[in-house]
Design a protein around this ligand. Structure first.
Ligand SMILES: *Cc1c(COP(=O)(O)O)cnc(C)c1O
Length: 367
């Protein structure tokens, strides 16, 4: 049986009529930049997250960069973030001129360890960027306490966690600003690059909006130099359609995760840990396993595509060699980068497929 890692086509086919109509509407109105579709999506997404303001931007990486710039982050500042994330998180920090300070993750949740964050804070630290990795909220309660008691900002990288919650509170509402990506493969994905910043702070929202649009107040009235990073009308219209289905899709992801959990309970694969009261939205279903690379190759031969998120921890990337880190500086992230395996995960994945994957996985790990 062939099982892909994600299946964007299956999702499109399930909502084809709505999507095609939305795209046609944008074209008929020539609402390509700005306009009612962007406004409508911003309003709907702020509402979905449970925050006041949403600023549509070009992509998730820009969202982080713009959020940092809105906070006035610049050269000489230090920003703490997770050693195990996608490079976008730390890349956006460097782009502002600030220095990135990596912190290791918790051994159960794979999210940034608040105790280690506390130890990493210095006089230069201006902000913490929490990443809700794989779709599970980081420990925002502890991180908020730490940020507040040290007088530093707290940002959320929610690129993998649309709709994730701690108790009844959605991610995106814990930090000063939160950043989302709508890269096609994300839980809420556009048909190209797209992103957003969410905040409850009107002043910060205004700043983000200006920086993302050439420092513009009105057309041709520029208060300062910004960048061009806008959500476009086509993506906004597509996202409006898809947002209405997101809760249903999230529940399907959670149901798929529950089946995986049951079928792998007696296996040698270590399944994801879900914090008490935490709503994990399973952007990725990541297990840990010995001989990961052999297992992966065997699954591939059985037609099962898997992924590794991420094979090299950020501090160990060549891009960060200048920081002079060694693997023992981030023991958990580095050990786990050798053991983690992302199994197929998308709302349309059915129980028969999951059973097949789990059967194959049990076979390879037993032999
Ligand atoms: C995808 C992703 C980003 C970047 O989003 P883009 O829209 O691709 O720029 C940032 N952080 C994390 C954790 C991501 O997974």
């Amino acid at each position: 049986m062939d099982i892909s890692f994600v299946d964007l086509k299956a999702q499109y086919l399930s909502i084809k009529k709505e999507i095609d109509q939305a795209i046609l509407d944008v074209i008929h109105e020539s609402a390509f930049i700005g306009g009612r579709f962007v406004k409508s999506f911003e309003k709907k997404f702020a509402n979905y997250v449970g925050s006041k303001h949403c600023i549509g931007v070009g992509n998730g990486t820009d969202a982080i960069y713009l959020a940092l710039k809105a906070l006035g982050i610049s050269a000489g500042d230090e920003i703490i973030t997770a050693a195990n994330s996608f490079i976008a998180t730390s890349e956006a920090v460097t782009l502002t001129g600030a220095n990135v300070k990596f912190v290791d993750c918790d051994r159960n949740t794979y999210n940034i360890d608040p105790k280690k964050v506390e130890q990493a804070i210095s006089k230069k630290t201006k902000a913490i960027i929490a990443v809700h990795l794989y779709g599970q909220p980081a420990d925002m309660i502890m991180l908020k306490k730490i940020a507040d008691s040290n007088g530093i900002f707290l940002l959320e990288d929610g690129a993998q966690a649309h709709g994730a919650q701690i108790e009844e509170q959605r991610v995106g509402t814990f930090g000063d600003l939160a950043c989302f990506s709508f890269y096609p493969g994300k839980n809420l994905g556009a048909y190209g690059d797209a992103g957003a910043i969410v905040t409850a702070d009107e002043n910060l929202a205004g700043k983000c909006r200006m920086i993302a649009n050439h420092g513009r107040v009105e057309k041709y009235d520029h208060e300062f130099e910004g960048v061009n990073s806008r959500l476009d009308g086509l993506q906004a219209a597509i996202l409006c359609v898809k947002l209405a289905h997101l809760e249903k899709w999230t529940e399907k992801r959670r149901a798929a995760a529950a089946i995986y959990g049951e079928l792998l309970a007696e296996s040698r694969a270590i399944t994801p840990f879900e914090g008490q009261g935490f709503r994990h939205v399973y952007h990725l279903y990541v297990v840990r396993i010995k001989n990961r690379d052999t297992v992966r190759r065997t699954l591939e031969k059985q037609g099962i595509s898997t992924g590794i998120h991420y094979p090299i921890s950020l501090p160990m990337l060549r891009a960060y060699r200048y920081l002079g880190h060694s693997p023992k500086d981030f023991p958990i992230s580095n050990r786990y980068s050798q053991e983690i395996l992302s199994l197929p995960m998308y709302p349309e994945l059915n129980p028969t497929q999951i059973e097949y994957i789990c059967d194959q996985l049990r076979n390879v790990t037993q032999s």
